[in-house]
Ligand binder design. Structure first.
Ligand code: SAM
Length: 306
């Protein structure tokens, strides 16, 4: 091998190394640092939550007791759970790639073309969370529901099948993702749900106007402080005494936690409950004294079993 060829080969290796370092290594390192920070933050957030949490046995209000029991302790199993989880498995085992319009915050990343599998893993509600949402909706029996962030429809299917007679609008910014959600809903025969596509900033108000009043609002998209507060404020004039706001991912980032603190301190919020998986804000003026509870299942604090 001549010195010239060796020089050229070394040059290529050097080029590849610097390319890898600038384009892959640094990004990966940044992403890993971000993921580690996020995991650490969530772990500490869980400890903070757990430390101050009570079980249903420390609750005095019959309403909160019944609600906590229904969401956290009810062990009844429904065929819907099997159906939704089968659909999840099907999406996870396929290799479909779809175009995703990125709307910034949230667990999603900014690639344009993404595998369905990755979306389901990163953005979809877990089975436990979905089932808790199902039990919540079943217990509250709302007549109208609105969801901000359908993604591929996992939480949408759980909510829609809990109250099949409810009128349910789910909003999603990314058209192809919404298409997957629509297909999933139609596979389960959930005709009570309509998925509307477009940025929440454009779709939320018309959706609320068409429902006229909303009994359950599920905020699960655009996890940033100002937009979250803005969506909450937009929904408030459409809320009645029995309306509940369900906020997802409040322990996901300091920003979301601040959003939750501001919402629960809002003048119109009379009762707030944090289940860690999601949190609830009620605006019912019949709860005269403003209350807040962090609640865990009874077996998570066995020594408080009395
Ligand atoms: C966390 S995912 C929703 C997951 C879903 N609720 C579930 O549990 O299966 C959030 C979704 O909100 C959508 N989104 C975020 N910001 C948005 C915005 N400003 N307008 C419209 N859609 C948005 C994203 O495209 C994403 O699909």
């Amino acid at each position: 091998m001549s010195v010239q060829t060796l020089d050229n080969k070394l040059l290529i290796v050097k080029y590849l190394f610097s390319y890898f370092r600038t384009n892959f290594y640094k990004k990966t390192r940044g992403r890993i640092a971000c993921d580690i920070f996020s995991m650490l933050y969530q772990f500490l957030a869980f400890l903070r939550f757990y430390w101050s949490a009570v079980t249903k046995y420390q609750l005095h209000s019959p309403f909160v007791f019944e609600l906590a029991h229904a969401v956290l302790e009810d062990r009844r199993w429904y065929y819907t759970f099997r159906d939704v989880e089968q659909l999840r498995e099907r999406m996870l085992s396929g290799d479909e790639i779809i175009e995703v319009e990125d709307f910034g915050a949230g667990r999603t990343r900014s690639q344009k073309r993404r595998s369905l599998r990755q979306i389901v893993r990163q953005a979809g509600s877990s089975a436990r969370q979905g089932q808790r949402l199902f039990r919540l909706a079943q217990w509250l029996a709302p007549k109208t529901m609105i969801e901000l962030g359908s993604s591929v429809g996992i939480s949408t299917m759980y909510l829609a099948s809990a109250v099949r007679q409810a009128c349910f609008l789910s909003l999603e910014g990314s058209p192809q993702t919404a298409e997957v959600a629509r297909a999933n809903l139609s596979w389960l025969g959930l005709g009570n749900t309509e998925i509307r596509t477009g940025a929440f900033e454009q779709t939320l108000l018309p959706a609320l106007q068409s429902l006229q009043s909303v009994d359950l609002v599920y905020l699960d998209g655009n996890h940033r402080l100002e937009p979250t507060l803005q969506y909450f404020e937009t929904c408030l004039p459409f809320a009645g005494t029995h309306t509940v706001f369900v906020l997802d991912d409040i322990h996901w980032s300091p920003e979301m936690y601040t959003a939750w603190q501001r919402i629960r301190q809002h003048d119109q919020v009379t009762l707030s409950i944090d289940f860690f998986d999601f949190a609830l804000a009620f605006v019912n003026p019949d709860f005269r004294v403003k209350q807040h509870w962090n609640i865990v299942p009874a077996w998570w604090k066995l020594w408080k079993f009395y």
